[in-house]
Design a protein around this ligand. Structure first.
Ligand code: NAD
Length: 306
């Protein structure tokens, strides 16, 4: 890993939803470290209503006033081609994409309307797809790219009143894990973060004393490291908030093996339930690679007692 001052000179960084909150802090950081920055934001409310150019313009002015290079883009992330085109038209390249734009439509599942579900999916999942898909050919061609997508603890663990948001956010984990595999040989590294930070998104659900301990600028260093050329991490999930940064991974119980024949009955599964849910000998799978091995071992077993 590179030393203290990570720089991005000559690189172009696109940050979606950079007109406020976390995205603004990412954009200002990259602008201060030599990058050309595309500040995307459609300027709506945190529920995805309305829009305008003021939010993105303000951040662009801030970066320029500090001596950095930035241009605004006001498209919705659903129109990812236009956002990446802004990078290419103005700076001739794209090196880093931060899928950060997001909105909330919190409502209990009982009261959820189709439009609450669809809008969250469109901004978070389709938006991340459209931006990444537009950047991908450039990343592949130049054999370099860094992609961050933004999940959430709500997606990883569930959160009352957020089925739409949780589903969309966990989708970005699968999206990232697959893109990391597809991008590996092109030096395209893809990671996903689950931040916790004070922003207009969290100010209505967290008390002020907690919010004071969750500054958005404390998420920036993780994103800076993950998007730097020196970082080889890819396909990983990170949590960050309030000064704590950690990596997450899947854990699988050792589980139980059954001979795959007519003896694999509900009763046989129930009899081995303790083994199935026992995490005392955990495995940390990174793919389905050992499935064939397990299958072969299972075939060698005696049938389960009826
Ligand atoms: P925020 O509301 O301050 O920032 C989100 C930005 O995205 C806004 O400026 C908004 O205008 C913009 N945006 C919304 N829809 C857009 C669209 N279709 N196209 C372009 N821009 C759009 O919220 P934040 O807390 O900074 O959130 C940033 C990201 O982090 C989001 O993806 C959010 O879901 C995620 N997140 C935040 C927290 C947290 O604790 N703040 C926790 C988990 C995940």
């Amino acid at each position: 890993m590179a030393p203290a001052e990570l720089r991005y000179d000559g690189q172009t960084v696109v940050v979606t939803g950079a007109g406020g909150g976390l995205g603004r802090d990412y954009a200002v950081f990259f602008g201060s470290r030599g990058a050309n920055v595309v500040v995307n934001d459609l300027g709506g409310s945190f529920k995805g209503e309305g829009g305008g150019s003021a939010a993105a313009d303000k951040v662009v002015q801030e970066i320029r006033a500090a001596g950095g290079k930035a241009v605004p883009n006001y498209d919705s992330v659903e129109n990812g081609e236009a956002i990446i085109k802004t990078a290419i038209d103005n700076f001739g390249r794209i090196d880093v994409l931060i899928n950060n734009a997001g909105i909330l439509r919190d409502v209990s599942f009982k009261n959820m309307k189709q439009q609450d579900w669809d809008l969250i999916y469109k901004v978070h999942v389709k938006g991340a797809y459209k931006c990444a898909h537009a950047a991908w050919p450039y990343f592949r061609k130049q054999k370099y790219g860094r992609l961050i997508s933004t999940a959430s603890a709500a997606g990883l663990f569930g959160s009352f009143g957020q089925t739409n948001y949780s589903a969309a956010k966990l989708a970005l984990v699968g999206f990232t894990e697959t893109l990391a595999k597809e991008g590996l040989k092109y030096n395209i590294h893809c990671n996903v973060i689950a931040p916790i930070a004070a922003s207009r998104m969290t100010e209505t659900v967290m008390p002020p004393d907690v919010l004071a301990k969750l500054k958005p600028e404390w998420i920036v260093p993780l994103v800076a490291v993950l998007t730097h050329k020196s970082c080889s991490e890819t396909g990983s999930i990170y949590e960050a908030g309030g000064g704590h940064i950690a990596k997450l991974r899947w854990e699988r119980s050792k589980g139980a093996l059954f001979k795959p024949d007519e003896s694999l009955t509900p009763g046989a599964v129930a009899a081995k339930w303790k083994e199935i849910v026992d995490f005392s000998q955990p495995e940390h799978p990174q793919g389905p690679a050992n499935a064939m091995e397990l299958l072969e071992s299972a075939f060698k077993l005696p049938s389960s007692p009826k």
